[in-house]
Design a protein around this ligand. Structure first.
Ligand SMILES: C[S@@+](CC[C@H](N)C(=O)[O-])C[C@H]1O[C@@H](n2cnc3c(N)ncnc32)[C@H](O)[C@@H]1O
Length: 217
C-alpha cells in the first residue's frame, strides 16, 4: 500500500503495539465504530486474510483530505486485498441491525471502538457489540489516553468494565503527554476456555492502587 499518507487519527507506534497483542488473533470478521476516513482498516488490512470482512460504521464517513476521498480509496485497497468491506453510514446504535444481518451465525473477532467518544457513547458501543463477540476475541478502545475533552471519557468506561477481562493498555511516551498525538488504547479479550487463568491473573492486578500502570508499556 502507498506510503506518505498522514493518518493523524492513528499513531504508528501504538498500532505496532496493537499488532503485537493481536498476533495470531483471528481476523475474519472485524468491525469498527467510527471508521471516518479509514486509517485503522488501512493499517490492519495487511494482516487480514483473504475473504475476511471489514465492517465500518460511521454517520459521517468519506471525508476528503487534500481533495482525496480517503475512505473510498481504502475501500478499494481492501477489495484489492480480497477483503470484503462494508461501510454503514449510520450511528453504531442504528447500524447494529445491519451488522447482525451480515453476521448471521458468525461472530466478531475484533471490534475497534472509535466512534462516539463520550462516556455514554463508548459504553453504548460496548454494550451493543459485546454479545456479538467471538469467545477469545478482542475489543479495542481507542483514545484511552487522548487529550481531547470528549476522549477522556473513554478511560472511565474502560475502568468501569475491565474487570473481569484480560486487558492490555498502551500509552505513548511521556514526550507526547500533552500532545494531540497522544491517543492511547486499551485491548480487552473476551472470555474463552482459559477463563480461570485470566481470573487468577486479574485477581493479582486488582490489589494494586493503579492496576493500569502495571501493564502500561
Ligand atoms: C476519531 S474518529 C475515528 C477515526 C477512525 N477510526 C480512523 O482510524 O480514521 C471518530 C468518528 O466517529 C464517528 N462517530 C461519532 N458518533 C458515532 C456513533 N454514534 N457511531 C459511529 N460512529 C460515530 C464520527 O463521525 C467520526 O468520524
Amino acid at each position: 500500500m502507498e506510503h506518505g499518507i498522514s493518518y493523524k487519527s492513528q499513531d504508528y507506534f501504538e498500532f505496532i503495539w496493537e499488532m503485537e497483542v493481536l498476533e495470531g488473533a483471528k481476523k475474519d470478521m472485524v468491525v469498527e465504530t467510527g471508521v471516518l476516513y479509514g486509517a485503522w482498516p488501512y493499517l490492519l488490512a495487511p494482516s487480514m486474510p483473504k475473504g475476511s470482512r471489514y465492517i465500518g460504521i460511521d454517520p459521517h464517513p468519506y471525508w476528503s483530505i487534500a481533495g482525496i476521498d480517503r475512505l473510498s480509496w481504502v475501500v478499494s485497497e481492501l477489495m484489492e486485498a480480497e477483503i470484503i468491506p462494508l461501510i454503514i453510514e449510520e450511528k453504531a446504535e442504528d447500524g447494529i441491525e445491519t451488522v447482525k444481518s451480515v453476521l448471521g451465525e458468525r461472530t466478531i473477532d475484533i471490534l475497534h471502538i472509535d466512534g462516539d467518544h463520550t462516556k455514554e457513547g463508548a459504553m453504548t458501543d460496548w454494550n451493543l457489540f459485546k454479545p456479538l463477540m467471538t469467545p477469545g476475541g478482542f475489543v479495542i478502545f481507542h483514545d484511552m489516553y487522548a487529550r481531547s475533552k470528549e476522549a477522556v471519557d473513554v478511560k472511565d468506561v474502560v475502568f468501569d468494565i475491565y474487570w473481569p477481562y484480560r486487558m492490555w493498555t498502551f500509552k505513548n511516551s511521556e514526550a507526547l503527554k500533552n500532545s494531540i498525538h497522544q491517543k492511547g488504547v486499551a485491548i480487552l479479550q473476551m472470555p474463552d476456555e482459559r477463563d480461570e487463568i485470566v481470573q487468577g491473573k486479574e485477581n493479582k492486578i486488582k490489589d494494586l492502587d493503579d492496576p493500569l500502570s502495571l501493564i502500561n508499556i
